[in-house]
Write a protein that binds this ligand. Structure first.
Ligand SMILES: C[S@@+](CC[C@H](N)C(=O)[O-])C[C@H]1O[C@@H](n2cnc3c(N)ncnc32)[C@H](O)[C@@H]1O
Length: 273
């Protein structure tokens, strides 16, 4: 395990994922019934952007740094929450900040140092921190505990392994088989188009229904070595997701895009309801 999220925290991919994550949580919390959130690849929880690893890549300077002052309206909820969290929050800290007393969060992180940091970052109430394999957890931690009947599952792997897209498609199918009513959100990098096309085909062939993909490109995805864009695949998207995602992607592109050829965004239906 070489990937450390500390080098990438706050980059445009994080901003896209977290802006949509915050919308998803708010949408699912419109109902008073408790929600179970599973963050399968949770990372370290909090990151010091101004020091150490993040400053070495400085990816955050082209990401969250450009949103903090005067955030566009569509991103204001997410940016305000991130700012209120203090030290830059990863997905589990953002989720914990929105957790209601009736909700539960389970987060998994396999890397020993990041798991220890995550444990220290989470305050406790309603939160379980596991050091376990995410792909195994998608089967083992679903359906939700404590009689909860709704779930949001964030799947955010590091894409170190050659077969990560295939593992993701299989993991989503496994989780969905355990809890078909769950909302599944899976982040993926867009370096060039071929792996993403293969992933969407695998999803179509998996039998999953009601799948959307929200994608943001900062440039034409032609260079397999660069993070040219990113996507969030949604299984069972809540009502209004497509419109909300388009608003957020447009705002992200306006602030983070450099006007390069091929930049853009889209929310595409991958599988019908
Ligand atoms: C992209 S980062 C997660 C970032 C986090 N979701 C956020 O948005 O703040 C992926 C994390 O997954 C962890 N990881 C990698 N393989 C894993 C596995 N099989 N099970 C659990 N965690 C894993 C890595 O150590 C890394 O911290």
């Amino acid at each position: 395990m070489n990937y450390r999220h500390a080098f990438h925290a706050g980059n445009f991919g994080d901003c896209m994922k977290h802006a949509l994550l915050v919308w998803l949580l708010r949408a699912l919390q419109r109902k008073p019934a408790g929600l179970f959130v599973l963050d399968s690849h949770a990372g370290a929880g909090r990151y010091d952007l101004a020091g150490g690893s993040a400053e070495r890549t400085a990816e955050w300077r082209d990401g969250i740094a450009r949103l903090l002052d005067d955030p566009p309206e569509a991103l204001a909820d997410y940016v305000t929450l991130a700012r209120d969290c203090g030290l830059y929050p990863g997905s589990p800290v953002l989720i914990e900040a929105l957790l209601r007393p009736q909700d539960r969060l389970a987060c998994c992180e396999l890397h020993p140092e990041d798991h220890a940091a995550l444990r220290a970052a989470m305050r406790g109430g309603g939160v379980a921190v596991h050091r376990r394999d995410a792909w195994e957890a998608l089967g083992a931690l679903l359906p939700p505990p404590d009689g909860l009947r709704r779930a949001l599952v964030l799947v955010d792997p590091p894409y170190e392994a050659e077969d990560e897209f295939a593992r993701l498609a299989a993991g989503l199918a496994r989780g969905h088989a355990r809890f078909p009513a769950g909302v599944f959100a899976a982040w993926y990098p867009i370096k060039h188009r071929a792996p993403v096309r293969r992933f969407h085909t695998a999803i179509r062939e998996s039998g999953l229904r009601d799948v959307l993909a929200a994608e943001l490109w900062l440039r034409e995805p032609l260079d397999p070595a660069g993070l040219n864009g990113c996507g969030l695949l949604l299984v069972n998207p809540p009502f209004g997701f497509a419109t909300a995602a388009e608003e957020r992607l447009a705002a992200l592109l306006a602030r983070l895009g450099a006007g390069e050829a091929g930049q853009g965004f889209a929310v595409e239906r991958i599988v019908d309801e």
